[in-house]
Write a protein that binds this ligand. Structure first.
Ligand code: SAJ
Length: 461
């Protein structure tokens, strides 16, 4: 039977897994489109243009190329005989939370120019609610001269990818599908049913767009709650991580299915980075405000964003106080940052919480060395010295500040730290050395942890 063609626009963290998952079923003839020639050539050579380790993807790419069920191209004409077109392009926001749809509009133009009657277009990117029908649809209609849904079909179905679990999540997480009409929803469900083993839930497009932004706003607010508990615990001189363990000891009670998990306090930390959480609540608020239906305020989500973005500043205050306690003025101090990636054992530097900390330190006249085993050197702020050599990073420093809980840091020998550093002071932003406090103390390392409070630390401004 002739395989139907599916085109996936945008060969990134979301586009590649869905393209290869569809192609590897043998049911679809998949074409991946990207504007970056080197990405297209890399894929067609069988090399994944993704950082980090993603289980299954390399083998899937080899199989699809061998079976001829996947190829990549920069040419949008592949859309002409497509049964469906999936769009997965980046949708950043500016510092005011206003979405930047440059990439989305370019993709829409490219698809629209070759769009034919009967094709289904599915937007998978995270967008401000209202974008699929308010931005994408008009561009597709103008560029193609067709109308939706009379001529072509339209749906929204968001990705739930997570670094290191791209293929796993795609297959095993429930899928949300919102169609402009019944036929759009049904065809989108048929396509996802071929790769998703979990439940497929359907809605209208706008509800699906809101659900995606709420999923991440929910996590951002919960992390902000944990960070606020950490600040309160510091002022009370108790350990926020122990408080979290006690709070989360409330059991998962099967007799109350609606109430589970009864508590799930998130983890206090040095800040919230990545490509999702820092922007998704802003997209939701932007849409609600743009709806113009009524005055919208969103104090909880807005303040949560500000609190999470304050955490690197709080780390700076802890670091300054710790240096002072060690008799070192911040101007001229030698500071080592351990971890720049936004997530442990990842090489993704996007919206790294360490960035603002490093800039504050440099502005205050400190010298900064940054160590990270995975990120590329050019992702670190200018003015800081980058090294992959941990000993080199610690040598001669007055202070080591942990921003990312990379596994490699768990094996650091406190005695070695003491020997390498000029003054052995550690500020821990990820509770990495929790449980090793006595080892650090015995080695003569002054250990300060976020969220624990140290009555001898004076962090008044
Ligand atoms: N973080 C905390 N405390 C926590 C959890 C995270 O400070 O309790 C920080 C992390 O250090 C990181 C940032 O927040 O800097 C984001 O971490 P994340 O685990 O949320 O990782 P992301 O950004 O990759 O989030 C993605 C999201 N997935 C999608 O958007 C499809 C998110 O919804 C998932 O919950 C998350 O992965 C996941 O659970 O892995």
């Amino acid at each position: 039977m002739e395989r139907k063609r599916i085109v996936v626009v945008g060969m990134g963290y979301a586009g590649i897994p869905v393209a290869l998952s569809l192609a590897v079923t043998g049911k679809w003839d998949v074409t991946g489109i990207d504007v970056l020639k080197q990405k297209v050539e890399s894929l067609n050579r069988g090399e994944l243009p993704l950082r980090g380790k993603e289980p299954h993807l390399p083998q899937m790419l080899q199989k699809c190329l061998h079976d001829g069920t996947f190829r990549a191209t920069t040419d949008f004409s592949a859309v002409e005989d497509a049964y469906a077109v999936l769009i997965n392009v980046q949708t950043p926001v500016d510092e005011m939370g206003v979405p930047d749809y440059t990439h989305l509009k370019a993709a829409a133009e490219g698809v629209g120019r070759h769009l034919r009657s009967g094709t289904l277009v599915i937007l998978e990117s995270t967008v401000a609610p209202g974008t699929t029908e308010g931005v994408l649809k008009p561009i597709l209609e103008r560029a193609s001269g067709l109308s939706c849904p009379k001529d072509f079909l339209l749906a929204y179905s968001y990705e739930r990818v997570m670094v290191g679990r791209l293929v796993h999540n795609l297959k095993n997480y429930p899928r949300i599908v919102g169609g402009v009409n019944e036929e759009s929803t049904e065809r989108a469900v048929e396509i996802y049913r071929s790769i998703v083993s979990a439940e497929i839930l359907t809605s209208d497009i706008l509800t699906a767009e809101v659900a995606k932004t709420v999923e991440n706003a929910y996590r951002d607010v919960n992390i902000a709650f944990a960070n606020e508990v950490a600040l309160l615990c510091e002022s009370l001189g108790v350990d926020a991580y122990r408080v979290r363990e006690l709070v989360n000891s409330l059991p998962y009670d099967p007799s109350q299915p609606h109430a589970n998990p009864i508590r799930n306090m998130h983890i206090p930390g040095a800040g919230v980075g990545g490509h999702c959480l820092p922007k998704d609540s802003l997209l939701l608020i932007y849409s609600a405000r743009s709806s113009g239906r009524f005055e919208v305020d969103a104090p909880l989500m807005s303040l949560s964003r500000r609190l999470n973005d304050y955490m690197p500043v709080h780390m700076f205050r802890l670091a300054k106080a710790a240096l002072k306690r060690a008799g070192v003025e911040i101007a001229g101090a030698r500071v080592t940052v351990l971890g720049y990636a936004f997530l442990q054992d990842s090489d993704d530097p996007r919206n790294s919480p360490a960035e603002s900390f490093i800039k504050l330190m440099l502005f205050s006249g400190a010298g900064v060395k940054v160590h990270d085993p995975f990120v590329s050197e050019d992702s670190v702020p200018k003015g800081a010295i980058f090294t992959r050599d941990l000993e080199e990073a610690l040598k001669g420093s007055d202070l080591a500040v942990i921003f990312t809980a990379h596994s490699v840091y768990r094996d650091i020998d406190p005695r070695q730290m003491k020997g390498l550093m000029r003054r052995a002071v550690v500020v821990d932003g990820r509770a990495l050395f929790r449980g090793k406090e006595s080892e650090l103390e015995d080695a003569g390392v002054l250990y300060i942890s976020l969220g624990r409070g140290d009555t001898l630390l004076d962090i008044t401004p």
